[in-house]
Design a protein around this ligand. Structure first.
Ligand code: ADP
Ligand code: MG
Length: 249
């Protein structure tokens, strides 16, 4: 049988993104035509120095922030120009987010933190009807990320690594297709950071979760399938594949 080359549409992409922040008299041109795309099941690292626009790019990709110029596409359809309701829906259903400082709510237990996104999704009535099933899902996910023994703890009673695992669990409860991770190991020591990387790689491999992760750390970045480099508001044209061979984008 002859070999066929499949041209697959990227699951998520951002094209020619420009973004300038204005604060008073000051203008910072952060993104100057940067583009990035990820296929389903890909684990992409975005690397760049502090202030190079990595977080901005991730926020644009996940509809947390709007580009001045450029397009964000999901399954080949433009999504950045949809109305607010549609963007909210996509943001809550398609994307999961994790951050350097976890952002768990301090007054809730770990279990309640993980249940929170679904509490927000359902109306009060539906939430109470489904509370047991939501709790069960949250417990299973906490077990999956290795926190089955910490469900009643408050964030202040957890270590950095546990907090990031908890944040990952909270991101997973909505069953996202794409996990956007902003310096997920940035506040952790090397060993704990590596545990988080191992968990992310496992989620990528076993659940085919597409991951776009930004980091300033080369050793962390190299653990994805492919690294793209953000410099002076653009993505450098060569991407570094895991084999170490530079390939044109
Ligand atoms: P990185 O994540 O690579 O460190 P960021 O995307 O956070 O970079 O920021 C890039 C630049 O944009 C920085 O100079 C930062 O100060 C500026 N910036 C980011 N967000 C805002 C904002 N909301 N308002 C004004 N300037 C911002
Ligand atoms: Mg950042």
């Amino acid at each position: 049988m002859s070999q066929t080359i499949k041209m697959t549409t990227p699951l998520i992409s951002a094209k020619a993104i420009q973004k300038t922040y204005k604060t008073g008299q000051h203008e910072v041109r952060v993104l100057r035509g940067a583009g990035i795309s990820a296929s389903e099941g890909e684990f992409i690292s975005v690397i760049g120095q502090s202030g190079s626009g990595k977080s901005t790019m991730l926020h644009v990709l996940g509809l947390l922030d709007a580009p001045d110029v450029g397009e964000v596409m999901y399954e080949g359809r433009r999504i950045d120009n949809l109305n607010e309701t549609a963007r909210d829906l996509l943001r809550n259903r398609v994307f999961g987010f994790i951050f350097q400082f976890y952002h768990l709510l301090p007054e809730l237990s770990l279990l309640e933190n993980v249940m929170a996104p679904l509490m927000i999704r359902y109306s009060m009535w539906n939430y109470w009807k489904q509370r047991r099933s939501i709790k069960q899902q949250a417990l299973e996910i906490l077990e999956q990320v290795g926190l089955g023994h910490r469900t009643k703890h408050r964030p202040s009673q957890l270590s950095g690594g546990e907090l990031q695992r908890g944040a990952i669990a909270r991101a997973l409860i909505t069953k996202p297709r794409i996990l956007l991770a902003d310096e997920p190991t940035g506040n952790l020591d090397a060993d704990t950071g590596q545990e988080i990387m191992t968990l992310l790689k496992q989620l990528n491999e076993e659940s085919r979760l597409t991951i776009v992760m930004v980091t300033h750390d080369e050793a962390v970045a190299s653990q994805g399938h492919r690294t793209v480099r953000l410099k002076e508001g653009r993505i450098e044209t060569a991407t570094i594949a895991k084999t170490g061979v530079a390939t044109a984008m």
